[in-house]
Design a protein around this ligand. Structure first.
Ligand code: PMP
Length: 507
């Protein structure tokens, strides 16, 4: 028998032999009842010691994959049959407590999810998601980094580790932020399970149920859902092409005295706008004057395709007024679940304590791998490459919209980020359009998800322009155009000609 052994690998030879035999047994290529070569014979075939083969056989026997019979040899056993798992239980007789779970009004999108399942198009094109293109994830590089970390750090990489986060990763993040003009120390950084956990921790440290916070409207629906789940109340500040309309703030702050202002200043989700520099400065002044903390969600700040980078609110902070959160989900891979908070003063300690009771710690192994990946400069190269590709995709989507959508739509051209925020033509409603679009094989995020009052968002849709290659963008937008024409026809209006130009939106 020949097995491909790698003698330079740090994995011991007995483990390699065990691995190959295990794969053979589980895949069926070593059939049940087959006799494995005698250990002496296999040792000779592979040029290893007999004890090495016997150790591998013993491990397989311990797992019930082979059985040795004295004087006869070692035989492959049938692979273990696992009991079938029950499918989801449907039980009409739930106990009372199951039927009276507290209402958190989070079911609003359940209907949309159901619609997506029912549409059953054979080849749907997705513009709805909030992440970059999984085809561009640096998976192979990351696999190598992970292996190297396991080899280098061994079991240390599998412990809980420092509850504030792996210190070298915090240092690396501080360097990355400094290169973007935000000076901070690793002692002021707390690693979180994505920035979603950062949002949860910050808002819970600062607010009690029933408290009021101020959000942009529209805003990231994951934040709205979180704040609803925590029973916070909120008021919305409208946006225009320069981001949050800070002029409204003074009155709102005076009248309502919210406990927190939540803002997404760069390539806002969903609108793609950036808060102007003047407004950034004004916002800091107001937060200071009214003694209200600012929560800055910088989820894709690095992903700029053109124009000048604006200072982070945290970089303008005279000290302890702004809590900044960031994530590796959009720039790298969301499944890492690594985000971070930058904060100083008593709030930092309170955040560390809450993080600890929340989930004890973020994966030490992944933090170590991320730190190695980011320091070797592959991260910068990946960012640069992604930005070049995404810029082309943005332009391709805008061109496709001009070609395929009926006249009357408009959208600003975002200078970075992930999203186009499109105002629908001819009073079309995104909620009516979605089922038709899904049937035509294209998906988007309806605007209503992003508003405090869903009715306000009916004429808007959010399209992710980074997640698909250009040729698929073209097909997807053509499908969207067809769905719009069909909806227009159903409404009894005459179908509209294509629009040739894209005007900046006024919001
Ligand atoms: N903030 C914004 C604005 C987002 O869009 C998202 C994800 N879509 C998050 C935070 C949370 O992302 P993650 O937890 O993966 O970092």
């Amino acid at each position: 028998m020949h097995l491909p052994l790698d003698r330079r690998s740090p994995i011991p030879l007995y483990e390699q032999i065990e691995h190959h035999l295990r794969q053979g047994i589980l895949s069926g290529s070593l059939a049940p009842g087959m006799r494995l070569p005698a250990s002496r014979q296999l040792a000779r075939d592979l040029g290893v010691s007999r004890i090495t083969v016997e150790t591998a056989y013993a491990a397989l026997e311990a797992d019930g994959l082979v059985a040795s019979r004295v004087g006869s040899g070692t035989y492959v056993l049938p692979p273990p049959v696992l009991p079938p798992l029950p499918t989801r239980t449907h039980n009409a007789c739930w106990p009372q407590w199951q039927q009276s779970l507290p209402e958190r009004s989070l079911g609003a999108r359940a209907a949309v999810e159901q619609m997506r399942l029912e549409a059953a198009h054979p080849d749907p094109i997705h513009f709805a998601g909030g992440i970059s293109d999984p085809r561009l994830f640096p998976a192979e590089d990351f696999r190598k980094v992970l292996q190297a970390v396991m080899r280098r750090d061994g079991i240390e990489a599998l412990e809980y580790g420092d509850r504030r986060g792996y210190a070298p990763l915090r240092e690396t993040i501080a360097h990355v932020l400094a290169s973007q003009g935000l000076q901070t120390s690793p002692e002021n950084i707390l690693i979180t399970a994505g920035s979603q956990q950062a949002l949860a921790l910050v808002s819970q440290v600062l607010l009690e149920p029933g408290d009021l916070l101020l959000v942009e409207t529209p805003t990231y629906y994951g934040a709205l859902d979180l704040f609803r789940a925590l029973n916070f109340r909120f008021i919305g500040v409208p946006l225009d092409s320069g981001g949050m309309q800070v002029d409204w703030l003074k009155t709102l702050l005076q009248q309502h005295r919210p406990k927190l202002i939540y803002t997404i200043p760069n390539f806002h989700n969903p609108t793609g706008t950036c808060l102007s520099e003047a407004r950034r400065r004004e916002l800091i002044l107001l937060a200071d004057r009214f003694d209200i903390p600012l929560l800055e969600d910088d989820f894709v700040g690095d992903l700029r395709y053109e124009g000048r980078a604006l200072p982070a609110l945290k970089a303008l902070d005279p000290g302890g007024r702004v809590i900044h959160i960031g994530t590796f989900s959009k720039m790298l891979m969301p499944g890492l679940r690594v985000g971070f908070i930058v904060a100083e003063g008593p709030v930092y300690d309170a955040l560390v304590r809450l993080k600890r009771v929340n989930d004890l710690a973020t994966s030490s192994l992944l933090q170590r791998a991320l730190r190695d990946y980011v320091t070797v400069g592959r991260y910068q190269a990946h960012l640069h490459r992604s930005a070049q590709i995404f810029r082309k995709r943005r332009d391709a989507m805008l061109a496709a919209l001009r070609r395929h959508l009926p006249a009357g739509w408009h959208a600003d051209t975002p200078q970075g980020g992930l999203f186009l925020w499109v105002n629908l033509p001819n009073g079309l409603s995104a909620d009516d359009l979605l089922p038709l679009a899904l049937r035509h094989g294209v998906d988007f995020m309806p605007g209503s998800a992003f508003f405090l009052d869903p009715a306000e968002g009916r004429q808007w849709i959010r399209l992710n322009f980074v997640a698909q290659p250009e040729e698929i963008i073209e097909t997807g937008i053509a499908r969207l155009g067809q769905a719009m024409r069909m909806l227009t026809a159903q409404k009894g209006d005459s179908p509209l000609p294509n629009q040739e130009t894209c005007k900046p939106a006024s919001r």
